[in-house]
Unconditional design. Structure first.
Length: 369
């Protein structure tokens, strides 16, 4: 081979490499998740770490590249992270973000400068925020969708189960929800209130806001139990707060049913041994569901055509003593067997809206209510 042929071969190889890289990029979309939670375990629990964990599992399933940036529950840091992404010369294909502490409105405006498509999860924008910036695919065309769990229905089911467990006892309820500026915190409280409003022999004694931590919930539950000794039910808007309330109940040796939202490993153990009455499971899969939608969207199967750009999914399920151990085994000890691919409409075409029923994820080995 002479010098000219060698040079031609080198150029050809370079071009093929560039084309191969472009092809690989198309086949392996890059996703950045702006995680509002903490990277390591602190007082507010593992929820956001689990969201990332299951997102990574879904990313592996779909051959997607996932980068997670933790904001450590600092909404100002979230804003800076959005700005950093908007300034990237090599932006990701997609950004997944959360309306934590009402930060999404400004973050969406910031990310509008990026070619990355944006998907909001877990906390929807409020009506006032939407009045100011519009809805998905309107004023901000790269905001392609919003994906939330039906937190109100999940909390309704929790209260319904706790009420049934009371038998003939009157439901005297204390509620401990999260901060007042987080939409999902208010939605969970609304679900409990909706059940109690239509149920005889039931009343809410007091609803208080907390900072999502064990310590604050434990302290508030102690005060409220002293104030309302006739209490028969305490519900809390996340696992860590439910555990704090449960220990307050134990300290008073009270006959009070405690329920929570989230289904972390330690909470499931408390449900399995009968210490806690029930927990609503599934919230930490919301990021994995987002990866399903983005995978399909990237492959030309737009989720907006089968349910709309704003999706509220009713998949949260009550876990109680009879099924807690089995659920924990499937999700936490054999989690690598979870098949997120079965939810993809690109892989498994089907009519109608997406069906993210937990039964499919658990391969029907766990019966959920």
């Amino acid at each position: 081979m002479n010098r000219r042929e060698a040079l031609r071969a080198c150029v050809y190889a370079g071009l093929m490499g560039m084309m191969g890289s472009t092809f690989a990029s198309r086949q392996s979309p890059r996703v950045v998740f702006l995680n509002p939670g903490e990277a390591v375990l602190r007082g507010t629990g593992q929820h956001w770490q689990l969201v990332s964990k299951f997102m990574h599992m879904a990313a592996t399933t779909f051959d997607m590249r996932l980068e997670v940036l933790y904001a450590e529950r600092d909404h100002l840091l979230m804003q800076r992270q959005a700005e950093e992404i908007a300034q990237r010369s090599d932006p990701p294909d997609y950004v997944v973000m959360v309306n934590e502490k009402m930060a999404a409105q400004q973050m969406l405006k910031t990310l509008a400068r990026s070619p990355a498509k944006v998907l909001v999860i877990h906390n929807d924008l409020t009506p006032d925020q939407r009045r100011q910036i519009g809805n998905e695919r309107e004023q901000l065309p790269n905001w392609i969708g919003t994906l939330t769990a039906n937190a109100e229905r999940g909390a309704y089911r929790l209260m319904q189960y706790l009420y049934q467990r009371l038998g003939q006892r009157e439901a005297q309820v204390i509620g401990i929800t999260g901060d007042p500026n987080t939409p999902v915190s208010l939605e969970r409280a609304a679900g409990v209130a909706a059940f109690l409003a239509q149920t005889p022999n039931a009343r809410i004694r007091q609803l208080v806001f907390s900072d999502w931590s064990y310590a604050d919930s434990n302290q508030k539950a102690r005060v409220l139990l002293a104030r309302y000794p006739e209490t028969t039910v305490i519900w809390a808007a996340n696992d860590v707060m439910a555990l704090g309330a449960m220990d307050a109940v134990k300290a008073r040796n009270a006959r009070v049913l405690v329920g929570g939202v989230g289904a972390l490993r330690e909470t499931l153990a408390s449900v399995a041994d009968g210490s806690m009455a029930a927990v609503v499971a599934g919230d930490y899969f919301i990021g994995a569901w987002a990866m399903v939608l983005l995978h399909d969207y990237h492959q030309g199967k737009d989720f907006a055509t089968t349910g709309g750009a704003r999706l509220k999914l009713d998949f949260l399920s009550v876990i109680h003593r009879e099924n807690a151990a089995r659920y924990a085994d499937v999700v936490f000890r054999r989690g690598e067997t979870l098949d997120f691919g079965r939810y993809s409409k690109h892989r498994h075409p089907s009519p109608g809206a997406y069906d993210f029923n937990l039964e499919h994820l658990l391969k029907t080995t766990t019966k959920v209510s």
